[in-house]
Design a binder for this molecule. Sequence first.
Ligand SMILES: Nc1ncnc2c1ncn2[C@@H]1O[C@H](COP(=O)(O)OP(=O)(O)OP(=O)(O)O)[C@@H](O)[C@H]1O
Length: 341
Amino acid sequence: MSTPAAEFVNVSQNYGSSLAVDSINLQIEEGKLTTLLGPSGCGKTTSLRMLAGYLQPTAGQIIIGGSDATRLPPEKRNLGMVFQSYALFPHLSIADNVGYGLKLRKVPAAERKARIAECLDMVGLGHLASRKPKALSGGQQQRVALARAIAIRPRLLLLDEPLSNLDARLRVQMRAEIRRIQAETGLTVVLVTHDQDEALEMSDSMVVMRAGKIEQTGSPSEVFTAPASRFVADFLGYENFLELPGRGLVTIRPEHLHLASADSVHDAGGLDVPAVVTSVAYRGTDEILTVDAAGTVLKVSVHRNSQTAALPALRPGDPVRVTASGGDIVALPADVVPSAA
Ligand SMILES: Nc1ncnc2c1ncn2[C@@H]1O[C@H](COP(=O)(O)OP(=O)(O)OP(=O)(O)O)[C@@H](O)[C@H]1O
C-alpha cells in the first residue's frame, strides 16, 4: 500500500480514569472512504477529534500524509469537517459560507468565486447561492456544509454523523451523493456513523469499534460475510446465534432461515431442526416468525411473494422445521469480552 493518508499509531485517549480510546492502530487509505462504525460510546468521535486535532491523544501518534501531526493544531492540518449540526454562519449567504475558509486562506477573489460556484454545483445548490441558511431545508443546509468543507480542497474530509439529523429518505439520498462527490473529487473521507446500513453502503473500508478498541476492519463485504465476533455480527443485524455440534457458535440471518416445506432449501452441510412457532409479526411484504428450537430462540423472515403467498398462515404453537443451507451458516470465532475500563 502507498503511504496512508493518515495513521493512528498506538493512540489512546483517557477522560479522567475512563479509557475512551485504547491503543488503536489504524491506517486510512488515500482516496478511499473509511467509516468508523460502532455503538454509542465506543470511541468513534473521540478518534475523529484526535485526527482533526481538537483533542490531543493521551498516548500515541497521529500521522497525516506520512508526517507526525500529533502536536499540530487543527488549522495546520488542512482538513474539512462536517458535523451532525451543520454549523453554518446564519448572517452569511450560502456563497459566503462556502467561501469562508477560502477567504481565511487569502485565496484571490476570482478564484474564490470560481471554487464557490464549482462546489455549490457539486452539491446541486448553485441556484441558491445568495440565500441565507435559514431559508434552506435541513438537507440543503447539510449540502452547504459539505460544499464548505470541500471548497478548501482538504487533505482529508472528516464527517461526524453528518446524516443523522435528516429524515430517512433524505439520508439514503445523501449517502449516494456523498459517495458520488468522493468519487468525483478523489478525496480521502473518514466518516463516523452508528448506522450499519450507512457504513455498508458507503464505505470502501469499515472499522468496527467496541469499547475504545478496533474489533474488525475490512471491506463491507468482508466484514458482512465474515464478522470477526458475535459483537460485530450482532451489530450488523445477525439475530440468530446458536451452538452447533462440532461447529461451535454460528449465526444465520433471519432471511436465510427457511421454514420447511416442499421447496425449502436443505443440504448436507446445512441446518434442519424441529421448532415451535412462538410469535408472528406482520411487516408488509415480510413476516418475522419467532420460533423455539429446543430452547434456542430463532427469528425467521418469510418474504411474501407469489411463491410463498400460498403457504398456510402459521400461528403460535404450530410445529415447524427450520432449515438453512450450509453456505448461509456463518461460523464465529469465540467472542472476546473487553475488560472493564
Ligand atoms: N469530554 C468528555 N469527558 C469525559 N468522558 C467523555 C468525554 N467525551 C467522551 N467521553 C466518554 O468517552 C467514551 C467515548 O466517547 P465517544 O464520544 O468517542 O463515543 P462515540 O462512539 O462517538 O459515541 P456517540 O456515537 O454516542 O457519539 C464514552 O464512554 C464517553 O462517555
